[in-house]
Design a protein around this ligand. Structure first.
Ligand SMILES: [Zn+2]
Length: 149
């Protein structure tokens, strides 16, 4: 696989590490496309919280090729369709945080969040206790989304 050798990686970057480990264990990766991949967020805001990630370890979309950016948008689009089919959400948050000042958790490796939303999903547990109660495990989410993809 040419792209595995050509993508720039960082040993301590959780997204690059997840991609490397995917060769044996596929930890939460949903699909690997030509320039980017789709992975479950390990700390999801809601069930079905996905991230679209380029193979290139760069901090902003302006450092990516036009092809990579285009493919990422197509993956975002497909993620929305799959999540709609599996979870029937009432809305989506789609976006990226570029730079730590903007709230990026993994600032060195740009990625797009796709978060299915329901009316009232920010409940008092989440706002008071900083705890999120999810109705299913990550393994179950991974199985359902991968099947539908
Ligand atoms: Zn990385």
């Amino acid at each position: 696989m040419v792209y595995i050798q050509s993508h720039k990686k960082e040993n301590c970057c959780p997204l690059c590490v997840a991609l490397d480990e995917s060769e044996c264990a596929e930890p939460y990766i949903v699909v690997k496309s030509e320039h980017a991949f789709v992975i479950l967020n390990r700390y999801p805001y809601t069930s079905g919280h996905l991230m679209v990630v380029p193979y290139d370890h760069v901090s902003s979309i302006d450092k990516l090729s036009c092809e990579t950016r285009s493919e990422m948008m197509e993956l975002v689009n497909h993620a929305i369709q799959v999540l709609q089919a599996v979870y029937c959400p009432e809305g989506f948050n789609v976006g990226m945080n570029i730079g730590e000042a903007a709230g990026a958790g993994i600032a060195d490796h740009v990625h797009v969040h796709v978060v299915p939303r329901w009316e009232g999903d920010t409940n008092f547990m989440s706002s008071l206790a900083q705890t999120r109660v999810l109705p299913e495990s990550l393994e179950e989410t991974h199985r359902r989304i991968k099947e539908a993809w």
